[in-house]
Ligand binder design. Structure first.
Ligand code: GTA
Length: 152
């Protein structure tokens, strides 16, 4: 199983620009960490639903909901922390793409949760990607399109 994710270039397409280390350290963290990032979540999905789904891959240490930094309400992502690396890999392998609250969620390896990472980094408080969204998304408040797009 671990061999599947041996190549760090294939392990995650995402690069956290706020990671406080070198590229090599980042890649090493992705290979060893027991944290996954969940994206494309509904704003209405609860921690209880996440516990139920993600415990199928193994025992969960902690879940941290991603929050809009202004409203302090869920904004479509979270971090799930496991005890074991094998369970972490199983979550990426088997749970990514699962439909949760009508949305295919994305499970990605993560370098590790640190306080502050739970906040959306977008200028309006939520996730960056939601500011650039051009497709209709019923979960995005206001009229369903990205906040920056609406201003154009
Ligand atoms: N492990 O894929 C991920 C991931 N994402 C998307 C966010 N986080 C992730 N972690 C993992 N994998 O702690 C983490 C962040 C942070 C928290 C909130 O979630 O490390 P954020 O989404 O608000 O801000 O993060 P982030 O990640 O710093 O924004 P970034 O990298 O600029 O952009 C995220 C996505 O937005 C891009 O992949 C792209 O899909 C979209 N996007 C960004 N800029 C544009 C643009 N100009 N036009 C169109 N789309 C854009």
């Amino acid at each position: 199983m671990a061999l599947l994710f041996k190549d760090p270039n294939k392990i995650s397409a995402y690069r956290d620009r706020r990671f406080p280390g070198t590229q090599e350290e980042y890649e090493n963290a992705l290979q060893t960490s027991t944290t996954v990032y969940i994206g494309n979540m509904s704003f209405y999905t609860t921690e209880e639903q996440l516990y139920e789904l993600f415990s199928r891959a193994g025992e969960i240490k902690k879940i941290v909901m991603g929050l809009d930094k202004n409203t302090k309400t869920p904004c479509g992502f979270c971090f799930v922390m496991y005890y074991s690396r094998e369970d972490t890999e199983d979550a990426v392998k088997y749970i990514s793409g699962t439909i949760l609250d009508d949305r295919p969620i994305r499970v990605d390896f993560d370098w590790g949760f640190q306080d502050g990472r739970q906040w959306g980094r977008g200028r309006s408080g939520g996730q960056v990607r939601d500011e650039y969204r051009t497709d209709y998304d019923p979960d995005i408040l206001l009229c369903g399109y990205g906040k920056l797009v609406q201003q154009e």
